[in-house]
Design a protein. Structure first.
Length: 318
């Protein structure tokens, strides 16, 4: 009879379900207790807030053609034509900046409020909507670093403490470039919505300022060289070419100088102060954990029945 039942239930599924039904109260109780413990542990994890912004690289068109008339290039400057730049090169350069510890230390940390948000942040007071800092590391009222972090008061961000904070910053940052639309999405996720927005704004502004200063510096170097060459009284055709290059670099410098806030980026969707948390989804993960606990108990029951059957078979053969 026992052999016949085993043949009808070769995988032990019926036996497992039958035993699970008999022990359903125990299984349910164990699953509930384990899920509640999991939820309590999950509650200790801070809520996360994400602030994001959608940007587009400035669409820089082809530069004006060389003209025999000086007024041709001057009119091109008035129209606001700019230099052609490779989007791939821009994205590659942007990726390099966001991965650069030098850019982080020199530009992003030039905002004195950023570093405390990254390494001295303790918690977010939702009731008063303020950041709470670790008093052993940073005095927020006097804006001074304490203990082993005192050296940061000298704004020396290239020391190990300042450089190591880069890795914390990089974990908060997320960015993505959509090749189809040409849009660049950048976001910051942090337990404090204030930090998320402020840090995101600082990153975007720092990139714009850095690129603006870089373009102006390159244009000034080019103009100094071209004016020196022009003073050597070269042949007329060479003078025309030099004049055209001068106009181009004047155009480059003008565009970088007059558009301080959005020289490199065109802001499609402005950053915002998040009001709803972006994670973690405690209910979802607790439900998944509950299901996994139930399944694991069923698997253990199946293993138990399999061993019990093998043991009984072994004893009967002896």
């Amino acid at each position: 009879m026992q052999q016949k039942q085993q043949n009808n239930d070769p995988f032990g599924l019926f036996s497992t379900l039958l035993l699970a039904y008999k022990l359903k109260k125990n299984i349910f109780l164990i699953s509930i207790i384990a899920s509640l413990l999991f939820l309590l542990a999950f509650l200790m994890i801070d809520d996360q807030y994400t602030s994001s912004s959608v940007l587009k690289l400035r669409n820089q068109e082809s530069s004006p053609a060389i003209s025999s008339s000086p007024f041709g290039d001057l009119s091109a400057i008035a129209r606001g034509d700019s230099f052609s730049m490779s989007s791939k090169q821009d994205i590659g350069y942007l990726h390099g900046l966001l991965n650069s510890r030098s850019f982080y230390s020199e530009k992003i940390l030039s905002n004195k409020t950023i570093l405390p948000m990254i390494i001295a942040f303790s918690s977010y007071d939702k009731a008063n909507q303020i950041n709470v800092y670790d008093n052993d590391l940073y005095n927020s009222e006097e804006e001074k670093w304490l203990g082993q972090y005192e050296q940061l008061n000298d704004q020396d961000f290239f020391n190990p403490l300042g450089v190591n904070s880069f890795y914390v910053f990089y974990d908060l940052l997320n960015y993505n470039f959509d090749k189809d639309t040409g849009l660049f999405t950048i976001s910051v996720t942090h337990p404090s919505p204030i930090v998320a927005k402020d840090l995101l704004d600082t990153v975007v502004n720092s990139i714009n300022i850095f690129m603006q200063e870089k373009q102006i510096l390159e244009a000034d170097k080019a103009l100094n060289f071209l004016f020196q060459e022009l003073e050597k009284n070269p042949p007329e055709q060479v003078q025309i070419g030099i004049s055209s290059l001068i106009y181009k670099n004047l155009n480059k410098k003008m565009l970088a100088s007059i558009d301080e806030e959005s020289y490199f980026f065109e802001i499609i969707d402005q950053s915002f102060l998040p009001t709803a948390k972006s994670g973690p989804d405690r209910l979802f993960f607790t439900l998944i954990f509950f299901i996994l606990i139930v399944l694991s108990q069923l698997i253990l029951l199946a293993i138990y029945l399999a061993f019990k059957s093998d043991y009984a078979q072994f004893n009967s053969d002896r």
